[in-house]
Design a protein around this ligand. Structure first.
Ligand SMILES: O=c1[nH]c(=O)c2ncn([C@@H]3O[C@H](COP(=O)(O)OP(=O)(O)OP(=O)(O)O)[C@@H](O)[C@H]3O)c2[nH]1
Ligand SMILES: [Mg+2]
Length: 200
């Protein structure tokens, strides 16, 4: 296998997956390369359900091996929100900035020790003659009072990573791809990816 489809229309994720799969010599195509493919509705109640939904739908359509990512931010003081609704937290049509504003507003007055949170990533691998595989990864952090850094995407500017002493948006792409929830999940998928890479 020289290439794989990652069933995402998120440019930030697409970039990260290009780098993550490059390590295995695999080229990534995303749904940004196939603009006519309709959105897969994320009707699941969990990250894993949504990742399976996206991977299996696109695998069926394409007949190829597909990885899908469903991920999000879970804030303890908000009972785990934004959670599976992370991409659309501030409402339909709103962007990353509006989502960040909503989280900061909801945490207004909450002390640092109570601003604990984590990013969660579920990955599903689906394809011909393959029982769909799901894995997950997490990354622990603290929600900052204000934005820091310009890298990454989504909630990265307000997500402080204690082990690196900076926000996720201040990390180099290489470091984010070594420590992130997505990187942790990819490590668990590694042996399956390697097998597929060798098989074709
Ligand atoms: O700061 C962040 N750093 C990350 O590393 C990260 N990973 C996920 N997220 C947030 O969670 C949503 C996923 O929702 P999601 O899995 O449905 O993806 P999406 O709708 O953006 O694209 P698609 O893959 O479904 O096409 C995203 O939009 C982001 O708001 C992140 N935020
Ligand atoms: Mg989505």
């Amino acid at each position: 296998m020289k290439s794989i489809i990652v069933a995402t229309k998120n440019k930030g994720k697409a970039k990260e997956f290009e780098q993550l799969f490059f390590r295995y010599g695999i080229e990534v195509k995303t749904l940004l390369d196939f603009p006519d493919v309709p959105d897969v509705e994320e009707t699941g109640e969990t990250f894993a359900e949504n990742a399976i939904l996206k991977a299996e739908t696109i695998a069926k359509l394409s007949g190829q091996y597909v990885v899908a990512d469903d991920s999000g931010l879970m804030v303890d003081a908000l009972d785990g929100r934004p959670g599976v609704y992370s991409a659309r937290y501030a409402g339909p049509g709103k962007d990353d900035n509006a989502n960040i504003d909503k989280v900061l507003q909801e945490l207004d007055g909450v002390k640092e020790k109570d601003r604990t949170s984590r990013f969660y990533c579920a990955l599903a691998l689906a394809g011909p003659e393959l029982k769909t595989i799901t894995v997950n990864g997490t990354c622990e952090g603290i929600i900052l009072q204000e934005r820091r850094g310009t890298g990454g995407f989504g909630y990265d500017p307000i997500f402080y990573v204690p082990s690196e002493d900076c926000s996720m948006a201040e990390l180099t792409p290489e470091t984010k791809n070594n420590i992130s929830h997505r990187a942790q999940a990819m490590k668990k998928l590694e042996r399956y990816i390697k097998k597929l890479a060798e098989a074709r």
